[in-house]
Write a protein that binds this ligand. Structure first.
Ligand code: PLP
Length: 361
């Protein structure tokens, strides 16, 4: 079966000598390899203020704290995401408030976000679900109108663009995940991108026990609670090897995703996830919308292709059911959606076969 998601590892000829060297270098913690990876990521993808992290979850938790989210606050967010997006809001002592999504994309509806804002709202959390950019220009306006921080969870969206700029550029904060099955993996890891360079020092402190690397430990005076959210030289070495081929990886996801948009869009009764003309997705997954997603699943299973949903809308979890959520847009999206594989492991023959299987009848 062609899987929905797959781990991408660099060529062993490139990775293994570098890994062997770092593992026995005596410097396996946070050090030069980490800072080199940060610089290469920053310059390649175009994020001026970037910090490497131990995970996307750690990056989200740090972004929320930098946005000033604390006990009693509300964060307007989406239920259509992986759990870390909303779990980290709980970690801050705050309450996730689920705005509705647009049924043709699964991404936040700016109108619904605006309706969810109260005096307690501290931030807006947006996810570019499956790698399709949300309606950022409108969301930025809503955030500015109410003086709120805008946090972009770009865990699915490495390499996506919006208004000609890298995804994450409109938010005050953006995070990426380098977990096993994302576009790029370091086994585990993440990045935090900040609009405001002045927050970099505080972000570094949150990343590492409230301390700044390089200061004399016996003379440091910790003034905020920090965590153990730093990256290490071993995973950064994997990241540096990944950077060599990352454009090809992202381009292949995108080419397959655009192919499916064109071909599946012509099949009566089927649609793919919608986005604005100013957006360019990075298609971590391709999403087919239809009245009968189990039929799509069956047809593809018959020709050896996995199709499935991936996440449970978070408001259905007991821990997030603090009130009766009314989300008709999400219900419609979730009922009609199914993901199909579109990564680098899907060949041109595979994608023809997928479209043919969906075209029959
Ligand atoms: C993968 C993921 C994360 C968190 O990433 P980790 O690196 O596993 O902590 C956050 N948000 C979304 C939407 C994700 O899919």
């Amino acid at each position: 079966m062609i899987p929905l998601v797959k781990v991408a590892m660099p060529d062993p000829g490139l990775l293994m000598p570098a890994l062997q060297s770092v593992l026995y270098s005596g410097q396996i913690g946070e050090g030069e390899k980490v800072y080199e990876f940060e610089r290469v990521f920053r310059d390649h993808f175009g994020y001026p203020n970037v910090l490497s992290m131990s995970s996307g979850t750690g990056a989200l938790h740090t972004a929320l704290q930098l946005a000033g989210v604390g006990p009693g606050d509300e964060v307007v967010t989406t239920s259509m995401t992986a759990e870390p997006t909303n779990m980290t809001i709980l970690h801050c002592g705050a309450t996730p408030v689920f705005a509705d999504v647009v049924p043709d994309s699964g991404n936040l509806s700016p109108e619904s976000v605006a309706e969810c804002i109260t005096a307690k709202t501290r931030a807006i959390m947006v996810v570019h679900y499956s790698g399709v950019p949300a309606r950022m220009e409108e969301l930025r306006k809503v955030a500015d109108h109410h003086g709120l921080a805008l946090i972009e969870d770009c865990a699915h969206a490495l390499g996506a663009r919006y208004q000609g700029k890298p995804i994450g550029s409109l938010g005050d904060f953006a995070i990426f995940s380098l977990q096993a099955i994302k576009h790029m993996t370091t086994v585990d890891g993440g990045f935090l991108c900040l609009k405001d360079a002045k927050l970099m020092e505080k972000a570094r402190k949150i990343r590492w026990f409230g301390l700044l690397k390089g200061t004399v430990r016996t003379e440091a005076d910790v003034d905020i609670p920090g965590y153990k959210y730093n990256m290490n030289n071993v995973t950064a070495t994997i990241g540096l090897a990944q950077m060599v081929g990352i454009d090809h990886v992202v381009d292949t996801f995108r080419e397959n995703g655009l192919f499916f948009d064109r071909a599946i869009g012509k099949i009566p009764g089927l649609r793919t996830a919608a986005f604005e003309p100013c957006a360019m997705p990075s298609y971590w997954l391709s999403t087919v919308l239809s009245d009968d997603p189990s039929d799509v699943e069956r047809r593809l299973a018959e020709c050896g292709v996995t199709a499935s949903k991936l996440h449970r809308p978070n408001h259905l979890h007991r821990i997030f059911s603090t009130r009766q959520w009314i989300l008709p847009g999400l219900e419609r999206y979730y009922r009609r959606m199914i993901h199909i594989p579109c990564g680098w492991w899907v060949t041109p023959e595979d994608r023809e076969r997928i479209v043919q299987a969906l075209s029959r009848g």
